[in-house]
Design a protein around this ligand. Structure first.
Ligand code: 13P
Length: 248
């Protein structure tokens, strides 16, 4: 049985004052959540997460990492800097990075390796655009994205990744994939992993992301291959995030 994971992706939102209220709200409202919980925050707030969440069951992480270990890469944040501040997770290959920062499948695969070698759990994002879905290319596109990552990892690394299926047309739009639509893609992704390593495929958590909210979380999370959620907008409000956690 795979444990569920509910991870918040704050994107480029936050301030020390707003974060303090949100993190306290999550920590205090968590109760005895069955699944694992994490927040992926902008790098300047890693230290704040470390002091607010250290010693609790809530983990924290980043939203991107550099391909490089250190050196003359202005503006980049190294994996070792995430671990220095106690990060457990890092989102890799979010569609916003693929679209706005030109991250290719190859870069995403290399960043995934870098995260694993640094002791971070990469949350690897895959997902098709509306145009690709309407052209019937969802499996081809998502298959290509996931294969690029799987081909870059060795057998023992495969079970250490988390995958997030985030259809681009569902992100921040209020349009959610139906549970069956999401399940079909999750099943396909797991089958791709199984081609490399069946044992790892049974263990890897595959999250759904894209307008997951308190009112649709339960039915999505009930699907056989949906092992959690990567939550954008609804992770910025403690009560909404806690409702999704309670549905897991
Ligand atoms: P929304 O939940 O705001 O649609 O964002 C999803 C997402 O991109 C999480 O990474």
């Amino acid at each position: 049985m795979r444990r569920k994971l509910i991870a918040g992706n704050w994107k480029m939102n936050g301030s020390t004052a707003a974060n303090a209220a949100l993190l306290d709200g999550i920590r205090d409202g968590l109760g005895d959540a069955r699944g694992a919980v994490a927040v992926c925050v902008p790098a300047p707030y890693f230290a704040q997460c470390q002091s607010a969440l250290g010693g609790t069951s809530v983990k924290w992480g980043g939203q991107d990492l550099s391909l490089h270990e250190s050196g003359a890469y202005t503006g980049e944040v190294a994996a070792s800097m995430l671990t220095d501040f106690g990060c457990s997770y890092v989102i890799v290959g979010h569609s916003e990075r693929r679209t706005y920062h030109g991250e290719s499948d190859e870069i995403v695969a290399r960043k995934t390796s870098r995260a694993l070698r640094s002791g971070l759990v990469p949350i690897v994002c895959v997902g098709e655009s509306l145009e690709e879905r309407e052209a019937g290319k969802t499996d081809v596109v998502v298959g290509r994205q996931i294969d690029a990552v799987l081909n870059a990892l060795d057998g023992s690394e495969l079970e250490k990744i988390v995958v997030a299926y985030e259809p681009v047309w569902a992100i921040g739009t209020g349009k959610t994939a139906t549970p069956q639509m999401a399940q079909d893609v999750h099943k396909m992704v797991r089958a791709r992993i199984a081609q490399k390593n069946a044992e790892a495929a049974a263990k890897v958590q595959i999250l759904y992301g894209g307008s997951m909210k308190p009112d649709n979380a339960k039915e999505l999370l009930a699907m056989a291959d949906i092992d959690g959620g990567l939550i954008g907008g609804a992770s910025l409000k403690a009560s909404d995030f806690l409702s999704i956690i309670a549905a897991a």
